[in-house]
Write a protein that binds this ligand. Structure first.
Ligand SMILES: Nc1ncnc2c1ncn2[C@@H]1O[C@H](COP(=O)(O)OP(=O)(O)O)[C@@H](O)[C@H]1O
Ligand SMILES: [Mg+2]
Length: 270
């Protein structure tokens, strides 16, 4: 298969997956999946329903163990046995349901579940930290004392992302962050993803929305039926070629080529 390396990246990758496989009973959810993500890079992970995107996220988040393959995080080979281990490594996951508490304000949601951490912050310190985080993300939230119930979809997504940043992660996984959002709120979240990249984080963005991919991703990795089906540089790949890789329109062409030489994936620099 083609190289999955980021163009011109001089830094070491934050994450390298090699030959990751996972089955559920008779179902092969992932087969031999490779993926690499560098600091300050947004990689969109796309694919049709059932392609294996959520399974890959859950493996990285410590929800499911993988059956075989290698995971290298921050230059160390790792095994992620639980969500806590994933967080402790420096992987932040924002699941699609966000898991926010409507009856708490922004500060309350940001620090929910942090009570057991060694350093406990008082209310004032938490409020200061909350403002700092939101400012860093250029987030448009009127007050950190606003109840989360009264926030828009985009603001809720912002709170969930801000919360995941408290552990100072190196990699953040966003599962369909714009799926439920309108145009303006989607723009707000895409903006926020750009802030994450500027802050040097590696971002894996799972999305169904090709416009989001083209707007914010540096590279796009396609999964199809649980396998790699191409990696593209967004700056110079056509929307049609990405869609063809998702739907399998190019599968025949690819398998004919594969018989004679390695698959050539578009990897021109931006
Ligand atoms: N917990 C599970 N038990 C059994 N099969 C599962 C489970 N999770 C996912 N699968 C199967 O694995 C495949 C990949 O699913 P998933 O990772 O959810 O795909 P995607 O997120 O790309 O839509 C599908 O065939 C799905 O039915
Ligand atoms: Mg899914």
């Amino acid at each position: 298969m083609a190289t999955l390396t980021g163009e011109g990246a001089s830094a070491a990758p934050v994450l390298t997956l090699r030959g990751i496989s996972k089955h559920f009973g008779a179902v092969s959810a992932l087969t031999d999946v490779d993926l690499q993500v560098f600091p300050g890079e947004v990689v969109a992970l796309v694919g049709d329903n059932g392609a294996g995107k959520s399974t890959l996220v859950k493996i990285l988040a410590g929800v499911h163990p993988h059956d075989s393959g290698t995971m290298i995080f921050d230059s160390q080979e790792v095994i992620v046995r639980s969500p806590t281990e994933s967080i402790d490594l420096g992987i932040a996951t924002v699941f699609q349901d966000l898991a926010l508490c409507d009856n708490l304000d922004v500060v309350g949601n940001l620090f929910l579940g942090q009570e057991l951490r060694p350093i406990r912050l008082d209310e004032v310190a938490m409020e200061v930290k909350a403002w700092e985080l939101l400012r860093q993300l250029s987030a448009k939230i009127p007050s950190v004392r606003t109840l989360v119930a009264s926030l828009s979809g985009g603001q809720r997504q912002t709170v969930a992302i801000a919360r995941s940043l408290l552990g100072s992660p190196k990699l953040i996984l966003l599962d369909e962050p714009t799926a439920a959002l309108g145009v303006a709120q989607t723009a707000e979240v895409l903006n926020l993803i750009e802030r994450l990249r500027e802050n040097g984080l590696a971002v894996i963005l799972i999305t169904h929305n090709m416009d989001d991919v083209l707007a914010v991703a540096d590279r796009v990795a396609v999964l199809r039926l649980g396998k790699n089906n191409g990696v593209f540089n967004v700056a110079d790949a056509s929307k049609e070629s990405i869609i063809a890789a998702i739907t399998g329109a190019t599968d025949n062409v690819v398998s004919q080529r594969e018989a004679t030489r390695p698959i050539k994936v578009e990897t021109r620099s931006k």
